[in-house]
Design a protein around this ligand. Structure first.
Ligand SMILES: Cc1cc2nc3c(=O)[nH]c(=O)nc-3n(C[C@H](O)[C@H](O)[C@H](O)COP(=O)(O)OP(=O)(O)OC[C@H]3O[C@@H](n4cnc5c(N)ncnc54)[C@H](O)[C@@H]3O)c2cc1C
Ligand code: FES
Length: 260
């Protein structure tokens, strides 16, 4: 089933901590068809402004409910955080391609999920789908306080390792340096594959590491978007086969494909 534009009622919209919020809405069609890595594009207000919808990853689904996890950054997310349960929300989704799960569920492969900051949002959904494979999850943050979704990943049975810039939790340094330490030298019995979402410099570093070590990587990009449905070319990124639209051809791309 393709994406649909729906008007749905907000079930809950609660501050989780600091600037981080959870929003839940009801949609059988989105919850029933969404793949990890796909996103929804939300009209945050009934007013004319802001004109553009805001893209947010699908964080979890439960029955016909869809849960989002968002950080309040600017006008759009600030307005979203004021929306109340029972109010209508205009949502288009599920959008984008999502992660390719075929390799992630293979017995021959160990999945390593790497999340930087809010990059945890789609990776919790991915971890849920592949939890039987006990993925290794690396969470990167500036400080211990900014480590997100640790309990969610643990509750799914994932092995979780943390990297913080200041060393206040786990490995001291970049999550990509931790990743390098944990990659097995080839050839090893099980191939490793990386699934990542986070800031662009982190994804660029992972793409380089994965290419050097000949490891598959799937990277979810968070580009600024306008239409969100592939029509305006406002979100294109250079790839080895020309410019591609993050909203339609992505947001998930192979590390080998991206032309940083
Ligand atoms: C496919 C996709 C999935 C996303 N999933 C999530 C998610 O699950 N949770 C979440 O909190 N955020 C997510 N984002 C980022 C989110 O869309 C932006 O944070 C949001 O649109 C900001 O809107 P705003 O009006 O609050 O801020 P604005 O006023 O538009 O911007 C505030 C600040 O955020 C930066 N920003 C704006 N848009 C983006 C963007 N698309 N990517 C990175 N930085 C941006 C701006 O440069 C500026 O510094 C996702 C983005 C994409 C493209
Ligand atoms: S946002 Fe319009 S093509 Fe991607």
């Amino acid at each position: 089933m393709g994406p649909a534009q729906i008007k749905t009622k907000i079930i809950s919209n609660k501050r989780f901590k600091d600037n981080y919020w959870h929003l839940e809405f009801e949609s059988k069609s989105i919850a029933g068809s969404a793949l990890p890595g796909q996103f929804v594009n939300i009209k945050v207000s009934g007013e004319a402004a802001p004109l553009l919808r805001r893209p947010l990853s699908i964080h979890k689904t439960c029955g016909s409910r869809v849960r989002l996890f968002y950080e309040v950054l600017g006008m759009g997310t600030r307005i979203l955080s004021t929306r109340k349960p029972g109010e209508f929300l205009d949502v288009i989704g599920p959008l984008g391609n999502g992660f390719d799960l075929r390799s992630a569920i293979s017995d021959k492969q160990q999945a390593i999920l790497v999340a930087g900051g809010m990059g945890v949002a789609p990776l919790v959904f991915l971890a849920e789908k592949i939890k039987l494979k006990k993925p290794l999850v690396l969470i990167g943050a500036k400080t211990k306080k900014q480590v997100l979704c640790l309990q969610e990943f643990k509750a799914l049975g994932c092995l979780v390792k943390i990297a913080t810039d200041d060393g206040s939790s786990g490995f001291k340094g970049k999550v990509t340096d931790l990743l390098v330490q944990l990659l097995r030298p080839a050839p090893s019995a099980k191939r490793q594959a990386i699934y990542a979402c986070g800031p662009r410099p982190m994804l660029k570093a992972i793409s380089k590491i994965a290419c050097e070590k000949n490891i598959d990587s799937q990277l979810s990009l968070e580009e600024h978007m306008a239409c969100g449905i592939g029509a305006c070319l406002g979100c294109v990124v250079p790839t080895v086969s020309g410019y591609k639209r993050v909203c339609k051809d992505g947001p998930v791309f192979s590390g080998r494909e991206l032309n940083w």
